[in-house]
Write a protein that binds this ligand. Structure first.
Ligand SMILES: C[S@@+](CC[C@H](N)C(=O)[O-])C[C@H]1O[C@@H](n2cnc3c(N)ncnc32)[C@H](O)[C@@H]1O
Length: 182
């Protein structure tokens, strides 16, 4: 369900992240170091990306999406250009990078340590397990892995059981769950 409440500028971007989930996500962005690298898997129109960009300060944000029409149903209606235009329209500092590609392929060739990973792409259990396997090696000590649609009944909660022993449950606000690496 899209949220119609527009309390925060990022809520003008279409998407599923609601106000409370967004505020929680911003809190964890702000808990990362000032030079942190933040990665999002699943851009769509950029709602959660713009939400993070609003508080990013000097942090770097990269968002990955393949924009294949078969995935997430509505994905074909969006594009990186549209996401960029929306953020510009909202006058939010647009220094995020949208990478066009499959999250698993991008994960296997990723090089930099990540301080916060937001997982919001395909939500089935097996895919979430593969995402965790591909991206965990890049996560810095004390970093956060956040999962949207955790309680949406699509398999995210189950997939998260494959997180290694170095990961601890940290928080949940509505359908956003946060784990932290030891
Ligand atoms: C739920 S939407 C993302 C919502 C977005 N975070 C927001 O706040 O509005 C999921 C997105 O993940 C993308 N996606 C799904 N599977 C993917 C994959 N294997 N690789 C890259 N992108 C993928 C879809 O194209 C879609 O745009």
């Amino acid at each position: 369900m899209n949220i119609t409440d527009k309390t925060h500028p990022w809520q003008q971007v279409p998407g599923w992240f609601d106000e409370y989930e967004g505020l929680c996500l911003q809190k964890y962005v702000l808990l990362t170091p000032p030079n942190a690298h933040i990665v999002e898997l699943g851009t769509w129109a950029g709602r959660s990306m713009v939400c993070m960009a609003e508080v990013r300060q000097s942090r770097t944000i990269t968002s990955v999406d393949n924009y294949l029409p078969s995935q997430a149903g509505a994905a074909a209606t969006c594009s990186p250009q549209l996401a960029g235009e929306m953020a510009l329209h909202l006058s939010i500092r647009w220094e995020t990078n949208v990478v066009l590609g499959d999250v698993l392929e991008v994960g296997t060739r990723w090089k930099r340590p990540i301080h916060l990973l937001l997982v919001d792409d395909h939500h089935d259990t097996q895919h979430v397990r593969e995402v965790i396997q591909a991206w965990s090696p890049h996560m810095a000590p004390k970093s956060y892995m956040c999962f949207h649609d955790y309680l949406a009944g699509m398999g995210v909660e189950e997939g998260c059981k494959s997180l290694g022993r170095e990961w601890r449950w940290r928080d949940r606000v509505k359908s956003l769950a946060v784990y932290q690496r030891l």
